[in-house]
Design a protein around this ligand. Structure first.
Ligand SMILES: [Zn+2]
Length: 307
């Protein structure tokens, strides 16, 4: 009976309702057609890591995820890189996976931001698909949380600047930029708290940490908010009432410890990619040292049920 119950639980967690779910272990050195792997042909880059390719369909969409694990340290963070065009996010996550262990989930959208592998309708943003009504996708992305991973650390890059015409706190001297994310942008949801000293990496307005909090709570209740503010980070406070389908919103509504770092995409030349990666790595290292050491790990973590 116990074995039967465990079997049923496993079916729920692995997404029994996901058509075409396949999980295949791969040798990362032989993965072709993916630039993230093509940049890493040195076996040392994969030392101690196990890589699986996960494919499944849910509703109108078909997904491909890469799961890269340090199986000797399952209690490390869940690293999440949702946007396949944000290459420095992948680079930073791989560096940090070696440093802290855990599990890295990277969405494979063929090198672009959106998942165009849909049977109808518009392409889907992999960071707007965390919905309780479609549990298959979050069940695959977040599975490691039920096996000890803590906290979630999401990594992004963005384009320089922001559009002052859509901001509720425009700086008249700012010229319109390409991006949305900036420490100089605000709206009803996003409230920036800029670094005062503007030391590296916060000498760049597009280099920010998100601190997401439930609207019924206070901004400083966000995971690591007090520490990041005290350390003079660029912090964007994100107030959540209803979920927008992003992992930050899902995390706050499911009481999950969550960090999200962004920096400006400086380009794809190796030195630019490394510089972008290093800004993300700096923020991760300092935030982990302040808020996510093994001693700070909660004794009981929430269990996620996907159905
Ligand atoms: Zn992104």
């Amino acid at each position: 009976m116990r074995i039967l119950a465990l079997g049923l639980a496993a079916l729920v967690l692995t997404g029994a309702r996901l058509p075409g779910l396949t999980v295949i272990r791969v040798d990362p050195l032989t993965v072709t057609g993916d630039d993230d792997f093509a940049r890493h042909r040195d076996p040392a880059d994969w030392q101690g890591l196990t890589v699986h390719r996960i494919d499944f369909s849910e509703e109108r969409e078909t997904w491909r995820l890469w799961k890269i694990e340090d199986r000797s340290r399952p209690n490390g963070p869940l690293w999440f890189v949702p946007h396949d065009n944000e290459n420095a996010g992948f680079e930073a996550a791989l560096v940090e996976l070696h440093k802290y262990g855990g599990t890295l989930i990277a969405v494979d959208s063929g090198g672009v931001r959106m998942n165009h592998n849909v049977t109808m309708g518009p392409p889907i943003d992999p960071n707007r698909n965390f919905n309780d009504g479609l549990p298959g996708y979050p069940s695959q992305v977040l599975a490691a949380l039920n096996h000890g991973a803590w906290p979630i650390i999401a990594l992004h890059t963005n384009q320089r600047g922001y559009d002052p015409s859509t901001s509720t706190c425009p700086h008249p001297e700012d010229v319109p930029g390409e991006g949305v994310i900036s420490i100089r942008y605000c709206d009803a949801v996003l409230h920036p708290s800029p670094s005062q000293g503007r030391a590296y990496p916060f000498d760049n307005d597009d280099t920010v940490a998100f601190a997401t909090y439930n609207a019924s709570a206070r901004p400083e209740d966000a995971f690591c908010d007090r520490q990041m503010m005290a350390a003079d980070f660029n912090v964007v406070h994100e107030r959540v009432v209803d979920s927008d389908g992003s992992l930050s919103n899902y995390a706050v509504l499911h009481h999950l410890s969550y960090l999200n770092f962004e920096t400006e995409d400086l380009g794809m030349e190796p030195d630019k990619l490394a510089a972008t990666r290093d800004r993300l790595v700096w923020m991760v290292d300092h935030a982990i040292a302040m808020c996510a050491t093994p001693a700070q790990r909660p004794t009981v973590l929430p269990k996620l049920i996907f159905r």
